[in-house]
Design a binder for this molecule. Structure first.
Ligand SMILES: Cc1cc2nc3c(=O)[nH]c(=O)nc-3n(C[C@H](O)[C@H](O)[C@H](O)COP(=O)(O)OP(=O)(O)OC[C@H]3O[C@@H](n4cnc5c(N)ncnc54)[C@H](O)[C@@H]3O)c2cc1C
Length: 339
């Protein structure tokens, strides 16, 4: 029998540390409990929000519906040969614990995604990425339940429409599907991706024969801890905005006016501009209004200095969007899910 609580504070369940309430709240540890909820007279047709680690969400008001905190755990090896393994993780597993499991077993592919907060179920939603790797690079399939029809469905990689911090679950299926299991395909042969600049600065010259997966993970952890604020100290959700992509014509024009512009050249004559650079150039690095600020080491991270409300954080983010648009003519899109 599932236990549903009423008027629960979501403060411990979101890394921004925003204090809003959920009208109803339940922690789900078994997949079958989802079907129980969907079939229930009282909750079946009610608005529902699936919550993992709450590290990519900004609550701006109380949630007038049922919050389902999905916490089912478990990692299983489902296929293995001499070249690769396929592992299946329950969606409630902590993402960083899955990375740790792979590193300990020398399964290569997700070590660059070390220390990303949150749970496995949310990882495919925005196709999590860091240090030149995205989950789509190792993704095999996922399983879940359609919240409208109650039907179970498997999505293979090509059906997920993965893109930069994006997937079908952030678009057509937003809020309509609960992910319960994720399968990843990892290499057994040693292979690292060290192309990303800051990782390359540390490990580019390392002896590749001797380099271990554990050292790569530890290096990624070290870089992340030096750059990103710990949500336990300052509430945040990592990068607040996506890095915008612009056409070549637009880029040439920008370069004329802002010679020092930082960029990454993409395929198809497109350029990615770090949003943090644009925000910094608008004078917002370390800027504080009340209890909301941008992090002084990375302007792309908005932080809650104490008692900021979700509404205040949202207003601050909109002020940044306006400043960047006025100066560069570029629209910043939030990476964080604003509720
Ligand atoms: C300090 C910090 C650093 C970060 N660094 C990175 C980074 O390097 N790269 C990166 O990509 N992200 C990063 N993030 C963002 C965040 O950690 C990831 O997006 C993570 O995958 C979110 O997981 P979560 O479980 O916390 O999701 P939540 O915040 O709980 O949910 C996010 C969204 O997914 C939905 N959702 C959650 N679980 C499920 C499920 N099982 N089924 C269906 N929908 C679901 C929610 O409804 C919501 O819309 C960072 C965040 C922080 C705080």
């Amino acid at each position: 029998m599932i236990k549903i609580q009423e008027n629960i504070s979501l403060k411990p369940y979101n890394t921004f540390g925003v204090n809003v309430k959920a009208k109803y709240f339940t922690s789900v540890v078994l997949e079958k409990e989802i079907l129980e909820i969907l079939q229930s007279k009282r909750f079946g047709s009610m608005n529902k929000l699936i919550l993992g680690g709450g590290s990519n969400i900004l609550f701006t008001k109380n949630y007038d519906g049922l919050v389902i905190h999905y916490v089912e755990k478990g990692i299983r090896l489902v296929e293995e040969n001499e070249k690769y393994v396929i592992i299946e993780s329950s969606a409630g597993e902590i993402w960083n614990d899955v990375v740790s499991y792979c590193v300990e077993n020398k399964y290569y592919g997700i070590e660059n995604l070390s220390l990303i907060p949150g749970r496995v179920g949310a990882a495919p939603i925005q196709n999590i990425g860091a240090y030149g790797v995205e989950i789509k690079d190792v993704f095999e399939s996922l399983e879940g339940i359609n919240l409208e029809s109650g039907e179970k469905k498997i999505y293979k990689k090509n059906e997920c429409k993965f893109d930069y911090r994006d997937s079908i679950f952030k678009k057509e299926l937003k809020g309509k599907f609960i992910i319960t299991k994720v399968k990843l395909k990892l290499k057994k042969e040693k292979q690292f991706n060290l192309n990303y600049r800051s990782l390359n600065d540390y490990l580019g010259k390392a002896n590749k024969e001797k380099l271990t997966i554990r050292r790569v993970r530890e290096t990624v952890n070290k870089i992340r801890m030096s750059k990103l604020p710990d949500p336990q100290r300052f509430g945040n959700a990592g990068s607040f905005f996506k890095n915008p992509e612009v056409s070549e014509e637009r880029f040439i024009e920008l370069k004329k006016n802002f010679e020092e512009i930082v960029f990454f050249k993409l395929d198809g004559k497109k350029y990615k501009i770090p949003a943090g650079f644009l925000i910094e150039k608008c004078g917002y690095k370390g800027k504080r209004i009340g209890d909301v600020a941008t992090y002084n080491r990375q302007a792309l991270v908005i932080i809650n200095m104490g008692r900021a409300t979700g509404e205040q954080i949202k207003n601050f983010s909109q002020e940044i969007q306006k400043a960047v648009f006025d100066k560069f003519g570029i629209e910043l899109t939030p990476e964080v899910n604003i509720i």
